[in-house]
Design a protein around this ligand. Sequence first.
Ligand code: NAP
Ligand code: ZN
Length: 350
Amino acid sequence: MSTAAAYALSAPDGSFEKVTIQRRELGPHDVLIDIKFAGICHSDIHTARDEWGRTRYPCVPGHEIAGVVAAVGSAVSRHRVGDHVGVGCMVGSCGVCAPCLADEEQYCAAGATMTYNSVVDPAVQPGGHTLGGYSTQIVVTENFVVAIPEGLGLDVAAPLLCAGVTLYSPLRHWGAGPGKKIAIIGMGGLGHVGVKLAAAMGAEVTVLSHSLSKQEDGKLFGAVGYYATSDKQTFRDLRGRFDLILNTVSANLPIDDYLRLLNLDGTLVILGLPENPMSVQPFNLAGYRRSLAGSMIGGVAQTQEMLNFCAEHGIGAEIELIAADEIDGAYDRVVASDVRYRFVIDVSTM
Ligand code: NAP
Ligand code: ZN
């Protein structure tokens, strides 16, 4: 075992504290990564504060990891010392079920091992659950490590490891491209990357935000339309307009209002994961043959494809870099929708 510095929470209402954690010895297929940057995803907040009711403490969140390979196991062939690499939400899966064989490890029948808060053998991670990227080093099996292409800064690439692929995957699955009218609800960490990706794919993108306060940025990211959802007129003007709507909002929304914005055969995809259930009026699905769907991150191969696409199109996240001792304040600002557009921890401050 080796040691790393990390920031951990020991209770849902606690504050982050600097701790020392252990990382496993390198196995033949393992990669040791010196973490340089870690994004703060709203899922980190839901988990750290136990909003989903399944958090194991101490909790070291962080699944938007960008760094440099420090060492590799004897059988590693995909990565070399010095490579720029990333790790997203998963660090393992069964590898033999149908979703895994289809490169959709996020839907692994046995349940993927998530980068943090997943139960593992204490011989692999003392304490018995995975600890994430708010730390100086991590050991990950090579198949769950992706290459960050040259030209993408590690700081602006970090959020792509979760926010990027969570939007890229449904955009590809539902055929985003020229001629498709797409709306993105919520322009936070996920949403702003979604606007950039959908625009780069050639779709016509509209943002549906609480207010018009981020309108200028939305247009810069590639949106052609930008509407305030606090204005009831928005829902009259946009009725039946979109082929695809991606909901990135971390709180419950009146989903029927948004379903009515879909065209014939349109799909509303749930990406945001608030803790409470939502209700739907069946007529809003039956009418216009609409679909309500969901999507969970993306597989490792698609994460690599997304990073390559971002490098090709000059897409990075818009970030606010913070020091490790500023995580608590950053969480409060994310919850208040006061982030432009992703907080990223500068791990050199640990
Ligand atoms: P975020 O940066 O906080 O962005 C969420 C955005 O939602 C905010 O910027 C805000 O946008 C809007 N919003 C927040 N509270 C709202 C409210 N009460 N009413 C209306 N709009 C509100 O969060 P994120 O990191 O993008 O994550 C968003 C959600 O996706 C979280 O629930 C997270 O757990 C989930 N997530 C899911 C996956 C997946 O695989 N499905 C992956 C990652 C994250 P405006 O200011 O523009 O209105
Ligand atoms: Zn995330």
